[in-house]
Design a protein around this ligand. Structure first.
Ligand code: SAM
Length: 500
């Protein structure tokens, strides 16, 4: 497996002096700018040095130098990277980025270098925009981002995108006849959406599609994504404050923002609510598929990078706990031809899995589905690997510890416990886009389940709290993947085991 040691940045001092604190604050202030560096590997200058770098005086003399402000430095960076990106698109016959209705739904796949330019532009434009808006405006208008969710929520719920023709505009008055949404609300929702390039008004009173609104008309998983986020997570988010004020420990699955929002406090966890509502459950499933099928979450990262050769050689066993319909194991079984797999999930998930689990007979005969509640003791004894993918982040620490404890009676010496989840890095060391995404996911886990994304140290502590006989081996991540592999080995007679 390609082991990318997760870079751990500075460690905070336990008793920093005021000067140290000042220095730390200054450093952090610089980090909003420097976040990019972790990804794009700018030259060796510090951001401060970059901001203060000098240029020759206009007359060409090197004697007189001028400071380049952060403003200009960012603007130049954006210009330079945009030129590189455009050249790449032209050289490869790829379309120019556009908001137009016919523009591709996704930015084209790029070379590593062109992708770096793209990300630099994404981050530097945000940085530059924030800089020129200024702190007060950033806070004042930043807090209004929930209104973007509101307008998308209404557009999506009323299916307005499907009412607008793809090839021409439609008079607002005519559109009003096609929906039960009242005229004033339809107009204001559309016009608010337009501020985010969702729909446009090419001539006053006529509505047409942009590429984003077209996707909202055509892309089922994206509709699910917007529906789940705006109708389930958004109300839950608005109730988190109430939930944590009333239950500050914030660990219970039935005392979350979601429970407050949907009046299920101390009654049932979110999963049970969805279990009773097939439409909502399907929407959440589609939304998850839309996220986890996307860039940086492909199962192939794990399949390609995690080394099971030792286990395959001895025809060992991997148990995928909460493995849904077994799509990870069927992919693993195509690569590792000798070992066996047990996919465990709740009975109704197992019942709804396709049978046979794969058309490939040599795969199907080695992948078994088993109904098992992971809050009960693990029934498959002496397996070589126990695997949790997208499971631990659904649970607060007491629950997560329980999941690990439930393995203990089944474990043989050397058994691996492998978690495939986000692993949070120190603030400012992740590329800013990934950091935003992972920290947003962390907030979503709070809203819905009082759960959390974890750092490597927090995973280490989970294993330690579950049983001292777990030997934590660390976290690793393959290039291009947002998910990490976090691993511990069962060692009933503790000896020193080297960390990865
Ligand atoms: C977020 S999904 C992860 C699925 C899969 N591991 C993946 O990588 O996409 C969580 C899975 O855990 C299952 N699950 C939830 N509660 C469970 C329980 N108590 N016991 C077993 N499986 C459970 C769900 O049915 C679902 O398939």
């Amino acid at each position: 497996m390609t082991k990318l040691r997760i870079p751990w940045g500075r460690k905070s001092s336990t008793d920093p002096s005021t000067n140290e604190l000042d220095a730390e604050v200054k450093k952090q202030n610089r980090q909003s700018f420097s976040g990019l560096r972790s990804l794009i590997n700018w030259d060796t200058e510090t951001p401060m040095e970059q901001n203060q770098s000098t240029t020759s005086a206009p007359n060409g003399s090197n004697n007189k130098v001028q400071e380049v402000s952060q403003l200009i430095s960012l603007a130049k960076k954006i210009g330079a990277e945009a030129e590189k990106l455009e050249a790449y698109l032209k050289d490869n016959g790829l379309p120019d980025p556009s908001f137009g209705v016919d523009a591709p739904g996704d930015f084209p796949k790029l070379s590593e270098e062109a992708q770096r330019s793209r990300l630099e532009i994404v981050h530097a434009t945000k940085e530059l925009g924030d800089l020129v808006r200024g702190p007060r405006e950033n806070v004042r208008w930043g807090v209004w981002s929930f209104l973007d969710t509101l307008s998308l929520q209404v557009v999506n719920n009323y299916g307005i995108a499907k009412l607008v023709p793809l090839d021409k505009s439609i008079a607002l008055a005519e559109l009003q006849t096609k929906t039960t949404l009242d005229p004033v609300n339809l107009a204001r929702i559309l016009r608010h959406s337009m501020t985010n390039h969702v729909f446009c008004e090419p001539t006053p009173g006529f509505i047409a599609h942009t590429a984003s609104s077209r996707l909202l008309a055509q892309d089922g998983p994206l509709q699910d994504w917007v529906g789940f986020n705006s109708e389930d997570i958004f109300p839950a988010a608005a109730s988190v404050l109430s939930a944590i004020k009333t239950h500050p420990e914030a660990t219970s699955l039935t005392r979350t923002g979601f429970n407050v929002a949907f009046d299920t406090v101390d009654k049932e966890p979110m999963f049970a609510t969805f279990g009773k509502d097939p439409v909502r459950a399907k929407r959440m499933g589609g939304a998850m598929a839309s996220l986890t099928g996307g860039e940086g979450y492909e199962v192939q990262h794990f399949v390609d990078s995690y080394d099971l050769s030792e286990i395959d050689q001895k025809a060992g066993v991997l148990v995928d706990i909460g493995g849904s319909h077994g799509f990870v194991c069927t992919d693993l079984a195509k690569k590792w031809k000798n070992m066996k797999f047990v996919v465990q999930d709740l009975a109704k998930t197992v019942d709804s899995a396709p049978k046979p689990i794969s058309d490939d007979e040599s795969v199907a005969e080695r992948v078994e589905l088993q109904a098992h509640d992971f809050f009960q003791e693990q029934p498959v004894k002496n397996a070589d690997v126990y695997f949790f993918r997208w499971i631990m982040h659904n649970y607060s620490t007491p629950y997560a510890i329980k999941l690990l404890k439930n393995l203990v009676p089944a474990l043989k010496p050397g058994a691996r416990v492998v978690i495939n989840d986000h692993c949070l890095q120190e603030p400012g060391t992740e590329n800013p886009w990934d950091e935003k995404l992972m920290r947003s996911m962390d907030m979503v886990m709070l809203c819905l389940l009082n759960a959390q994304e974890r750092t490597e140290d927090e995973f280490r502590e989970l294993f330690r709290a579950a049983d001292e006989r777990f030997v934590f081996k660390g976290a690793s991540r393959s290039p291009g993947c947002r998910m990490s592999v976090i691993e511990a080995v069962w060692n009933p007679e503790p000896v020193e085991v080297e960390e990865m």
